[in-house]
Write a protein that binds this ligand. Structure first.
Ligand SMILES: Cc1cc2nc3c(=O)[nH]c(=O)nc-3n(C[C@H](O)[C@H](O)[C@H](O)COP(=O)(O)O)c2cc1C
Length: 351
C-alpha cells in the first residue's frame, strides 16, 4: 500500500502529501485552497490566470495572484501563448510568492483555445517548448505543466509533447488523460499516465476521476505517478481529501458541513467582496448541502437570498450545534488581512 502521507519533491519544493488539489476556474479561490491544505492536500493550485490580463494589469486578474501565508506550497497557473508575455507574467507569479508556476496546456474551452493557449499547444510542440524554456529562464521557482492527452479523441500527443517540455525545463508534469474534444465525458485513461511516467525523469501527477482512496491507490500503484490530483470530487466535499490521504472514511455531521461552509463563505467574502462572493458562492451551496446531507428545498431557499449574512443565518438555524464548531474553526484557522490578502505592493505598480 502506498502511503499518501509520503513527501515528495518538485525540484527544491517539498510536497508534504501525495495529494494535489486541482486548479479549477471559478472554484479554486484562496478559501478553497486553504481548506484543501487543512484537509490533507500537499499542494494546491490557483485557477488559470490570463497572461494577457496580467500584461494589461487587469485588476481582477491581479487579484488571482494573492497568496495566503498558510497555503504553501502553492502553484499559480498561467495560460497564454506568447513566450515573452508568459515569461513576464511568470516573474509576477514569482514575486507574488508562489512556490511553483504552472502552465495550462490542457484547457479545452474555445475562448482559450482560439487564442492559441490551453490545449491548442498540444498541437504545437515547438511553441509549447519555447514557452517552457523562456519561463524557466525567467524565474527561479520550478516550472510545471498541466496537459491533456491531446486535442482529439484517442490522441497520444502528450507522450511526444511531455518529454519535449521536460527537455525545455519543466520540473513536473500533470496529465489529465482525456482529449480536449472529450471535455469531461468518458473516462480518464491512466494507462497513458503510466506511459508518460516511463518516458520522463521528473515527477508526474495523475489527474482525472480520482474520487476515493481506492482509486487513488490504484492509480498511484499502476502508473508510478508521484501524486494524484483531485478536482470535482472535492467540490463542497473537503472530507474526501481526508478520506483519500488518511483512509478516514466518514460522512461529516450536518453541524460540520454547516461550519465548514460558513467559514468558506466568510473567507470568500473577505477575498472577493460581498457582491462578487454572493454570486460566486451559489454553486457551493448545492455542492455542500447535496450528497443527501440536507433536503433539496433548503438549497433552493439559500440561492435566492440576497446577502451572505442571511445565508449564514439560515444555515446556523438549520444546524444550531454548528455555532460552537464555527467558533472553534475561526480560532484555529488564521484569518485577517495579513494572512489572506498578502500581495506585494509592487504588483500594483507601487501605490
Ligand atoms: C469547473 C472546472 C474548472 C477547471 N479549471 C481548470 C483550470 O483552470 N486549469 C486546469 O488546468 N484545469 C482545470 N480543470 C480541470 C481539472 O483541474 C482536472 O484536471 C479535471 O477536472 C479532471 O479531474 P477530476 O476528475 O478530479 O475533476 C477544471 C475542471 C473543472 C471541473
Amino acid at each position: 500500500m502506498i502511503d499518501l502521507r509520503d513527501t515528495w519533491w518538485i525540484g527544491p519544493v517539498e510536497i508534504p502529501t501525495r495529494l494535489v488539489l486541482a486548479p479549477m476556474a471559478g472554484v479554486s479561490v484562496q478559501a478553497f485552497r486553504r481548506q484543501g491544505r487543512r484537509f490533507g492536500a500537499g499542494l494546491v493550485c490557483s485557477e488559470m490566470v490570463s497572461c494577457a490580463g496580467i500584461e494589461h494589469r487587469n485588476e481582477r486578474t491581479l487579484g488571482y495572484l494573492r497568496v495566503a501565508s498558510d497555503e504553501h506550497p502553492l502553484a499559480i497557473q498561467l495560460f497564454g501563448s506568447e513566450p515573452a508575455t508568459m515569461a513576464e507574467a511568470a516573474r509576477m507569479v514569482e514575486a507574488a510568492g508562489a512556490d511553483l508556476v504552472d502552465l495550462n496546456f490542457g484547457c479545452p474551452v474555445r475562448k482559450v483555445t482560439k487564442t492559441g493557449a490551453g490545449a491548442t499547444l498540444l498541437d504545437d510542440p515547438d511553441r509549447a517548448a519555447r514557452i517552457v524554456s523562456s519561463i524557466a529562464d525567467a524565474v527561479e521557482i520550478p516550472v510545471t505543466v498541466k496537459l491533456r492527452r491531446g486535442l482529439r479523441d484517442g490522441s497520444r500527443d502528450c507522450l511526444v509533447v511531455g518529454p519535449r517540455l521536460v527537455e525545455a525545463g519543466a520540473a513536473s508534469l500533470t496529465l489529465h488523460p482525456r482529449s480536449a474534444q472529450q471535455m469531461y465525458t468518458g473516462t480518464a485513461d491512466h494507462a497513458l499516465t503510466a506511459e508518460l511516467v516511463s518516458l520522463v525523469d521528473v515527477p508526474v501527477v495523475a489527474s482525472g476521476d480520482i474520487v476515493s482512496r481506492a482509486k487513488a491507490q490504484t492509480v498511484l500503484a499502476t502508473t508510478g505517478a508521484s501524486g494524484v490530483m483531485v478536482g470535482r470530487a472535492a467540490q463542497g466535499n473537503p472530507w474526501v481529501l481526508e478520506e483519500i490521504v488518511d483512509g478516514d472514511a466518514r460522512e461529516p455531521s450536518r453541524e460540520e458541513v454547516v461550519a465548514e461552509l460558513v467559514l468558506f463563505i466568510r473567507e470568500t467574502v473577505r477575498e472577493l467582496g460581498e457582491r462578487r462572493a454572493s454570486g460566486f458562492l451559489k454553486k457551493f451551496y448545492g455542492w455542500y448541502l447535496g450528497r443527501g446531507r440536507f433536503p433539496r428545498p433548503f438549497k433552493q431557499e439559500l440561492v435566492v437570498l440576497d446577502s451572505t449574512e442571511e445565508v449564514e443565518r439560515r444555515l446556523v438555524a438549520a444546524a444550531p450545534g454548528s455555532l460552537a464548531l464555527i467558533e472553534r474553526l475561526e480560532a484555529e484557522v488564521p484569518s485577517g488581512e495579513d494572512v489572506t490578502l498578502e500581495l506585494p505592493i509592487s504588483i500594483y505598480g507601487g501605490g
